[in-house]
Write a protein that binds this ligand. Sequence first.
Ligand code: TEU
Ligand code: CA
Length: 544
Amino acid sequence: MNEWVYNAVVYQIYPRSFKDTNNDGIGDLKGVIEKLDYLQDLGINTLWLCPVYQSPNHDNGYDISDYYSILPEFGTMEDMDQLIAACKEKEIRILMDLVINHTSDEHEWFKQSLNPNSTYRDFYYWRPRKKDGKPPNNWTGFFGGHVWEQPAGQEECYLHLFSKHQVDLNFHNPNVREAVKDVMRFWLDKGVSGFRCDVITIINKMSLADGKPSIILTGREHYLTNPGTHELLHEFYEDVLQHYSTFTVGEATFCTIPEAKALTNQVKKELDMVFAFEIMESDQHKIKWFPKKLNRKQFIHAIHRWQQGIAWNANYFENHDLPRGLSRFGDTTTYRLESSKMLAALLLTLRGTPFIYQGQEIGMSNYPFLSIQDVKDIESHDIYQLGKRLKIPDPILWKMIYPKTRDHARTPMQWNDHPYAGFSQHLPWLAVNPNYIDVNVEQALQDQNSVWYTYKALIQLRKDHLVLQKGDYHEVEVGNDFLVFERRLGDDVIRIFINLSNQTRTSKYRKKGRVLYTNYDIISLEGIMKPYEATILHYQKQAK
Ligand code: TEU
Ligand code: CA
């Protein structure tokens, strides 16, 4: 891992919802440029930009039709160049979203591949139906339903693990691998510093045989992380990444600790780190559409296991695919402030790279959507359609979809209390959370006690204390709904108390050392923690 990656603090931008400068209701690149001072003030030094490439937008940019141009709604390549230059000046690195498992069905490669004799045919997986007329295999997809589509006039079907507008690329074809490497080089040459690699653990399909029937993703044993995935990632490293000073984080669906270890092995050189999913499953029965009450023990133990299990984690509590972290792991009523700050303290003291999702720094929370009509996301709609086909009654279906619809995270960024939260002067593409009157950046900046200042202070704290960047993780006490741990580097020790419950909790250990941060005015220096308390202390190992 490159040295600078150790102190990266990443801020994820979902451009569509960040800042609209030409008042068409859609965020744009100029909006990102406009807010760079704001981001610099917060202290972050790396941006992850969700896809801004040309796209018909069936999945908000995760269906790319041209990797070499910018979606006009977001601006132009000149805007992108300007953003790269402006970031460089501020010493902010940019990570692009590398979506290579699939392209849009409007990508030129795919259009060419419609001709069975084209050299592009083999860029994708085209297969005939089975003799009995059934699809080529029994796999099921991420957005529900089967994964084969037979376009009108075609003899064969193509594979799509996501929507039918997202066609899976065939990485067994060397031309696909070379084409993807060219895309990577193009962006690195432009001056970006690396990639967030979309669904990287599913890119290598070992075979297209029928899968073991399962309620989730039948067929996944044929493509989840396998030897070919490792070879492919290493090849990207050898041929492209090692020639630049890069940062790579892979989105690792269904990834176990041993797999994450292998994917981030510093000797084998594949990825720097991965986004694991396990911690995010603590309020669902494995599948996100089967929600349950947050199991705090499960949450804490998963964090603990991943901290102990792998050398370097990509830490996050929310992103553009998840509901808001505060709504899931905190308290949006009585302890809104305390619990938002507690989550900030946990995120920024765990070992690994912290990823902050836009709006998290002001404590944005879930949107009170009332029905599927309020939601725009293709995933929610595809799942809704599947539910209808399965004859699930509407109220039950909505109870399954509401808690996890990705649109919770995608509502416009709340900049101030003006109409549309200062995001735009035009009706935004997705509704603004009504809480913008109280929860907005302008208000946060005026209040020294706001969540925003906790993020700022803790980002600074990481910069000031090398132990928070490089120190090891040590268990002190792993409770059912609290966690006490230490980061250690040489004689430097930082001890962190995190209470994830809305009750007072008592650790067997005391708050040893000098208080660097706490989210209450008055705290006990014994092991007693107030509801959602977060306290960070510093001491030297040898000092008494
Ligand atoms: O997400 C893939 C993924 O595994 C899930 O998080 C997905 O969003 C879904 O919720 C599974 O139920 C990535 C992107 O982050 C997502 O926005 C895209 O829709 C998807 O890949 C396809 O490119
Ligand atoms: Ca705009």
